[in-house]
Design a binder for this molecule. Structure first.
Ligand code: BTN
Length: 243
């Protein structure tokens, strides 16, 4: 069991999100909303049986382990879609002060991955849409985590109540999505302030050849800037600290 009282969450976020649903189990909340949702919909699931990660990877969501949800939005402004996952990571960090972001949108605590975000667009729909999906590790046993480099709120000594936590995350997301739509300067200012990647020496693995250098910043459209050159998240397979 993750969220306990969906009507509590619905009431708290009613002015921000049109429809908030909870299901016990689903293949993927992203896939489900893309197939049958409308803009402004939120789908929360206790468990995913075919969760999707970035770069075609799987994302494991055993029952009761994560705050796992997706939000469906109109894909507008399409030219700034690359910033949407960054805005979403920032929304998670807004609610968890200990969190930092690894570009583009991994949420870390003490260098370990706490949450993953996957945004997927559908331009074939009558109105182009984008779904943004979030999995935040809330309650895991260390030995059950899928990878050693992951962590969970409980393992970091952070105990949350599921329903108020879910409502806070959805409200923060609503606000960051608003800033994204309005191209508000504050969004990138705040992102840069919590992005742990900026200033690091990194090795970036990508299709066009690996790059090593120092991260100068993140561009207005969400690309990483390494020694003055911009690289977009879609071209990057791995980003690691350089040795
Ligand atoms: C990553 O690889 O880091 C991204 C993981 C994104 C997982 C979330 S959980 C909710 C939503 N539904 C999915 O199938 N994936 C995303």
């Amino acid at each position: 069991m993750t969220v306990r009282d969906i009507s509590f969450i619905q009431d708290k976020v009613a002015e921000t999100w049109r429809d908030v649903r909870w299901v016990e189990s689903v293949g993927s909340t992203n896939a489900e909303l893309l197939a049958s949702g409308a803009p402004g919909d939120i789908l929360i699931a206790d468990e995913q049986t075919a969760g999707r990660g970035r770069k075609g990877r799987n994302w494991v969501t055993p029952r009761g382990s994560q705050l796992c949800f997706s939000a469906l939005l109109e894909a507008d402004p399409a030219e700034r879609l690359g910033l949407l996952p960054l805005a979403t990571g920032l929304a998670v960090a807004d609610v968890i002060p200990e969190a930092r972001l690894k570009w583009p949108n991994d949420v870390l605590i003490h260098g370990r991955k706490l949450a993953g975000i996957l945004s997927e667009a559908d331009f074939d729909a009558a109105t182009p849409r984008v779904v943004v999906g979030v999995g935040i590790n809330v309650a895991w046993r260390r030995e059950e985590l899928p990878v050693e480099t992951a962590t969970s709120l409980n393992l970091e000594g952070i105990d949350v109540e599921w329903d108020p936590f879910a409502a806070d995350i959805l409200l923060a997301l609503g606000e960051r999505v608003r800033q994204w739509r309005e191209d508000a300067e504050q969004l990138l200012q705040d992102y840069r302030a919590v992005c742990a990647t900026i200033g690091q020496r990194v090795r970036l693995e990508r299709v066009g050849g690996d790059v090593e250098g120092t991260v100068d910043g993140v561009s207005e459209t969400g690309e990483i800037l390494i020694d003055g050159t911009a690289y977009s998240a879609g071209d990057v397979t791995h980003l690691r600290p350089a040795n």
